[in-house]
Design a protein around this ligand. Structure first.
Ligand SMILES: Nc1ncnc2c1ncn2[C@@H]1O[C@H](COP(=O)(O)OP(=O)(O)OP(=O)(O)O)[C@@H](O)[C@H]1O
Length: 533
């Protein structure tokens, strides 16, 4: 999608905006014409004509003032629609990305796209589209009116217009490059600020808080340099355009004066021509500047377009597991890692089996759960689900069969209810059951608004164990028949951990694959397999 495509999506609204600009230009041109007419009437001592022109002048001024506000208010209305459109397209693209595709970039980069880049699109894109519309109407109407005074004025206007529109082309490339650099530096600014702020607790405990200032200053200075470079080119382009503009206005004023001196036009017309030439050339300046600036947002759309992933091909829907999941000679490398994380792994997991995966840190236990969840598709060897190759199965429907209880569950800045249901509509009974089974009932009862209590971003106001229990409740609520638990009880006290693990290993008709560093004696007898990586 390009910027023009998004403007097309505004349909009739865009033309309403153009209409408001046309009315604005009628107002601006009207004030120039009636101002001149009033002076011409005065030079002829025609009081009635003077008052008549003054009346029209007042009407044109009211139109100008009203429309100059109306066009801006309407622009903000369009901006809201455009921003929603662009942001939801970017977000829709995230939903099509595979897990590795999404994680190619840091979250802060995406934040920058959705905030900094959208702000740039508003300030350099839509605002300047407004200027282009205004300028195009302004130039057309004022030149048309100018020509009615004397046709020779057209020649001076045409020559000046040529220079005004071509000179900035020299700087267009540089401006585009500066805009691309600015966008990239803004990404880095957001990335570095997010990184250092999220490390606040670590820096606080290590008494290294001064790093906050150092890192934020450095990131700010880098982004500031890029902004400075952009504005430097922008202002230089404006300066050159303004010089040509003022020279052209001066030429037209001299020409109008000479025409009046030779009685080719009335004296009052000199005022109108001076004012109209100001309007026409400031219009051309705006047009020239607007075209250059709007082009500078192109790299932002090019960047978004590069990240677009096509809708995945339709694959076979996954049915509940009846037989086995099999891994045959599976090897997996993370991109850029020299050694494989998983090497020639063979494993059979029967439906309803309870399995523990143990092994030293960094051996690939979590990676194995990710392979089983079909979020890491680039492995060698073969994985099958009831005999069907994972590669032929639709990963979304496969994940519908699973619950993944994460090592470090994410808590949204939303209610406890949302954090458990993730927006799914569930019955109160099911919710209560999931809360009780994950040992959360006391915690919920102690909250001021119970399930409707809002939790802080990333659960900074609750304990690690409480986060894990919320993740467990999420999992139990899904009632899926396969549970993958990645150290899902590691943050719980031994008593609660045993209670939760006991619940997991006794869930009927459920397959459990549990990664653990602490295989408890109370749990071991209930397991069908212990796999050591
Ligand atoms: N996204 C990634 N990109 C590159 N390497 C990764 C990525 N995730 C994990 N690794 C590497 O893969 C290896 C296995 O990681 P994994 O998290 O699967 O280990 P683990 O056995 O679960 O460890 P732990 O018991 O400490 O949780 C590690 O060496 C890790 O550095």
């Amino acid at each position: 999608m390009t910027f023009t495509d998004y403007l097309r999506r505004l349909k009739w609204r865009f033309w309403v905006w153009v209409g408001l600009y046309i009315l604005l230009i009628f107002g601006i041109t009207g004030t120039s014409v009636f101002n001149g007419n009033a002076i011409t009437a005065l030079t002829k001592f025609n009081v009635q004509g003077f008052l008549h022109a003054a009346g029209w002048y007042a009407a044109a001024t009211i139109l100008e003032v009203t429309m100059s506000v109306g066009t801006v208010i309407y622009q903000y209305h369009l901006q809201r629609l455009l921003d929603n459109d662009i942001r939801s397209d970017i977000a829709a693209n995230f939903t099509r990305m595979t897990y590795p595709q999404y994680h190619q970039r840091a979250d802060a980069v995406y934040t920058s796209w959705l905030t900094n880049d959208i702000n740039t699109l508003n300030s350099h894109g839509l605002t300047f589209v407004g200027y282009i519309i205004q300028a195009s109407c302004q130039v057309t109407v004022s030149v048309a009116v100018l020509v009615t005074y004397h046709v020779s004025l057209l020649i001076t206007t045409a020559i000046s217009a040529f220079f005004l529109l071509t000179v900035p082309l020299i700087y267009r490339q540089k401006l585009s490059a500066a805009s691309a650099k600015l966008s990239e530096r803004n990404e880095r600014l957001t990335d570095q600020i997010t990184d250092v702020l999220e490390g606040f607790n670590t820096l606080f405990m290590a008494n290294r808080r001064h790093l906050l200032v150092q890192r934020i200053w450095q990131a700010s200075d880098d982004a500031g340099k890029a902004e400075f470079d952009y504005q430097r080119f922008d202002m230089f382009t404006q300066f050159v355009i303004n010089v040509v503009n003022l020279t052209a206005q001066l030429a037209l004023l001299v020409q109008a004066g000479l025409l009046a001196y030779h009685h080719a036009i009335p004296v009052g017309a000199v005022i109108t021509i001076a004012s109209l030439s100001g309007t026409a050339f400031s219009g051309l300046t705006l047009l020239s500047f607007g075209l250059t600036t709007v082009k500078s947002v192109k790299p932002i759309f090019a960047k978004f377009a590069q990240a677009v992933v096509p809708a995945p091909p339709k694959k076979q829907a996954v049915q509940p597991l009846q037989g086995t999941i099999r891994l045959a000679d599976v090897t997996f490398h993370y991109p850029g890692n020299n050694v494989p994380t998983i090497s020639h792994l063979n494993l059979t997991i029967g439906a309803h089996q309870k399995i523990a995966i143990v092994g030293p840190s960094g051996k690939g236990k979590s990676t194995m759960l990710k392979l089983l969840s079909a979020i890491l598709p680039d492995y060698q060897g073969q994985m099958t689900w009831d005999g069907q190759d994972y590669a032929t199965l639709d990963p979304d429907t496969l994940r519908n069969q699973l619950t993944y209880i994460d090592q470090a569950p994410y808590i949204f800045n939303d209610t406890i209810r949302f954090n458990i249901t993730l927006g799914q509509t569930v019955s109160d009974d099911d919710l209560k059951h999931a809360v009780a089974a994950s040992q959360l009932a006391d915690f919920v009862a102690a909250q001021p608004q119970g399930l409707d209590t809002v939790l802080a971003h990333d659960g900074t106001t609750i304990s690690g164990g409480q986060k894990q229990r919320i993740a467990l409740a999420r999992g139990l609520l899904r009632q899926s028949k396969i549970i993958l638990s990645d150290e899902g009880t590691a943050a719980l006290d031994p008593e609660n951990a045993v209670a939760v693990e006991r619940l997991l290993v006794t869930l009927p008709d459920t397959t459990l694959i549990m990664v653990t560093h602490n295989l408890r004696d109370e749990i071991r007898p209930a397991l069908d397999q212990v796999v050591t990586l």
